[in-house]
Ligand binder design. Sequence first.
Ligand SMILES: N[C@@H](CCC(=O)N[C@@H](CS)C(=O)NCC(=O)O)C(=O)O
Length: 207
Amino acid sequence: MITLYTAATSNGLRPAIMLAESGLSHIVKKIDLEKGEQRTPEFLAMNPAARIPVIVDDDVGGEKLVLTESLAIVIHVAEKSGVGLPTAAVARARVFEAAASAMTDVYGPFNGLFHLHHGGRTPPSQIAQGFDGLLKDALGRVDAKLANAEWLAGDFSIADIVLYPTLGRLETALKRTYPTLENLQRWAKAMAARPGVKLGTSLAGRP
Ligand SMILES: N[C@@H](CCC(=O)N[C@@H](CS)C(=O)NCC(=O)O)C(=O)O
């Protein structure tokens, strides 16, 4: 059985629709974000970031899985059910391409604009501060993960590869460093020392 904790936002609808399409048996529990139900101790035990969506899947190869991040949930449900994710390599790559673009090229700018409009008369500098806060929170969560781990998710993985270039840009483009995040700094040094990271970076034209 899969239990989904969610709300009717775009991040929240993604797994709700995927689960409904999958045919897997599941329960949907609505979280009232206005009332702050995402900050109850029970919810925080599932996701310390205090965000929907979250699933609890009772049986993943005999283990229980608590999973956050709408795209990760959608992919997990697709893999489990066989719905929405082809197994043929080219078709699968095309699906990942379109899904990645939906999350970054479409959802990214949408989310920025949503905050601007939602902010009403909030001055842009305050909205920028809000984004800065979100970024610091996100990096803080990564730093906390890295306190007890060498890499972001188990062994060195695509998660490390996906995050690393953005951090580099943070320092060069935004002139922003987060010196207090020591685990993140240690991880960035370990990434920079990897032959593959050095080679890829130089071949792409960054000194
Ligand atoms: N990257 C996450 C974002 C999740 C997210 O931002 N959730 C928002 C609702 S759309 C939330 O729970 N916010 C709670 C709050 O702001 O207190 C995902 O894709 O699941």
